[in-house]
Design a protein. Structure first.
Length: 589
């Protein structure tokens, strides 16, 4: 905003630019203003990630280079239905190789052709074009995991995640460059050699892609190439049917690229006006994306992606305020989130670091996890592991093997079976909120974790508190547990009511995290870290109301800065009269 308003004022059209030092200051100011506007989201996210296990859990080892996998990723970006689609039920790629949702950075073959045209034509005419072109090329190489991918992944911050998000950068930069490509086409005169050459190049590109698909189809049909493609999920006959050259679903990108070639050649012949050309191109681009994505995203019904099942229906009606857990890849965390289920794994990998460490044994990626049942006849849990599930209020376990605790199946009750998946109820799970009357204090988290894993620890009777160097002895009495009544259970507010016959501790098995504050009968009270990762409050005898509120100070501070920065940007826009601004092409904008 600053740079546009002041560094490109009307004098720039006459070649009178500000001094280099002034432009650098304005560019730095523009960057600071942009960061400040987005600080409300950026700063809390960074703070949360630094206090979570996100970087450690997503940091992967070196990915072995495979020219076949790289070629597959490149083909899917250009012709996404080459691997089928989950909606059509013909998706044949092993999940360990690629994923339709994450690997399809599709903007259209026609859009890619226009992007190349824009980069080549506008490279010297617009300073932004080299930036977008180089960014798109780098994103492409990283997205298809070309040689050098592991070197980039070894860099700080870049080592988090598998790298598929680079396709978002590629799609964005490609779309911007496609706009430059349309502008370049409009600048070429009728019957110019460049216009004709571009039309012929687009047509040749369509024929080349069709020829490649035809070659692959022949190889599958006559040479059984698919048998060497990593054990595809479809049989040989189904693969040949999917790659049949007259299958229109597979060839839509080629069709639109060929239509784009015809539009360019029609303009070259003078059959289209200059103003009609961009309208026709944009209509083709829109139709291309709509044809590809209309049945999948974003208008696909949720039931097509998360179809209702008997397991989902049962959990919806019985889980209540407790938690569930799926073994390894059963009901991955972002699936229960859709249905409002509380999952032991949290949502994705953004888990509190102590929580991730305490429960790492269930989903470990560095050693055989507890919930790895692929090589076991039963889901074998020891007493300590069962206690961990009980503390977290894990009431239901979705698994493919029957759970046992030290060989005893009685702690789990069979609920239902669906296909190869079965649901069991943990009869020993503690409520998500409960009261105890005894406590032990440990000076640090490591000591608290050791006490938590002790064979003598009973979380239903004693809470282990981490209070630093402070000594907080708990009540010594042990009357009957007081029932806890839920008054509110919202993402940012939890309110409870309990009547205690003696002073005790109210334990809530929700994550202890910065930003949460507690109140007792409307008055602020200190919230303690309980059982390494949960929350607890000291509650005197009698009837009391306990509330937990999420009030992250970092968000309020960053949001205030963002609002001020946004007002500054708006004020700068109002200070510069519209008539003095540099005219900008509508298409480029």
């Amino acid at each position: 905003c600053l740079y546009y308003l002041f560094a490109t004022r009307p004098g720039a059209r006459e070649g009178v630019y500000p001094r280099a030092r002034s432009r650098i200051r304005l560019l730095v100011g523009a960057a600071v203003l942009g960061i400040a506007i987005g600080l409300a989201q950026f700063l809390p996210t960074v703070d949360f990630m630094l206090n979570s296990d996100a970087f450690g859990s997503r940091a992967g080892s070196a990915h072995p280079f495979s020219i076949g996998e790289m070629a597959l990723r490149l083909i899917v970006m250009a012709v996404p239905n080459f691997t089928g689609t989950p909606v059509a039920g013909n998706y044949w790629v092993q999940p360990s190789v690629t994923n339709f949702n994450e690997q399809t950075g599709y903007i259209g073959l026609l859009a890619l052709g226009l992007a190349i045209t824009g980069a080549a034509s506008m490279w010297r005419r617009d300073r932004l074009v080299p930036f977008f072109a180089v960014s798109a090329l780098l994103a492409l190489l990283l997205g298809i995991q070309a040689p050098g991918f592991n070197f980039v992944r070894a860099l700080p911050l870049f080592n988090a995640g598998p790298g598929v998000r680079w396709l978002i950068v590629l799609s964005f930069c490609g779309a911007v460059l496609a706009g430059y490509g349309v502008e370049a086409l409009m600048s070429y005169a009728l019957r110019s050699r460049r216009l004709r050459s571009l039309g012929l190049l687009y047509a040749a590109g369509a024929l080349a892609v069709f020829g490649l698909l035809l070659l692959l189809y022949g190889g599958v049909r006559d040479g059984s190439w698919d048998r060497a493609w990593g054990a595809p999920l479809l049989n040989h006959v189904q693969m040949a049917r999917l790659l049949y050259p007259l299958q229109i679903k597979l060839n839509w990108p080629i069709v639109f690229l060929a239509l784009g070639a015809l539009v360019v050649l029609a303009r070259w012949r003078g059959w289209l006006r200059a103003t009609t050309l961009p309208v026709a191109i944009i209509a083709l681009l829109y139709a291309d994306l709509w044809t590809f994505g209309s049945r999948y995203n974003p208008v696909t019904p949720a039931a097509a992606i998360y179809p209702p099942t008997n397991t989902i229906r049962y959990l919806s009606g019985n889980l209540g305020r407790s938690r569930m857990a799926g073994t390894i890849n059963l009901l991955r965390p972002n699936v229960p989130m859709v249905f409002g289920f509380r999952d032991l794994r949290g949502y994705e990998d953004l888990l509190d670091a102590p929580f991730a460490e305490l429960y790492n044994n269930f989903y470990s990626q560095t050693r055989t996890p507890v919930f790895d049942v692929s090589r076991k006849r039963n889901l074998e849990l020891n007493a300590i592991e069962q206690r961990q599930l009980n503390m977290a209020s894990v009431r239901y376990v979705v698994t493919v093997r029957k759970p046992r605790v030290a060989g005893d199946p009685r702690p789990y009750r069979f609920i239902l079976e669906e296909g190869r998946t079965a649901t069991y109820e943990n009869l020993q799970a503690l409520p998500r909120a409960y009261v105890v009357y005894s406590s032990r204090v440990r000076p640090n988290l490591s000591g608290a974790a050791a006490s938590l894993r002790s064979v003598t620890n009973d979380p239903a009777r004693t809470v282990i508190l981490d209070a630093g160097e402070e000594v907080l002895p708990g009540p010594g009495t042990d009357p009957k547990s007081a029932p806890v009544t839920w008054l509110a259970d919202e993402p940012e507010r939890v309110e409870l009511e309990a009547t205690l016959p003696a002073p005790g501790w109210l334990v809530l098995s929700d994550n202890y995290a910065p930003g949460w504050e507690a109140e007792l009968d409307g008055a602020p009270v200190p919230m303690l870290r309980a059982n390494v990762v949960f929350r607890a409050l000291a509650v005197p005898a009698g009837k009391h109301t306990v509330a937990f509120y999420y009030r992250p100070r970092i968000f309020y501070v960053s949001a205030s800065i963002s609002i001020v920065a946004l007002l500054v940007a708006l004020a700068l826009g109002l200070l510069d009269p519209v008539k003095k601004r540099r005219p900008v092409s509508a298409l480029t904008t």
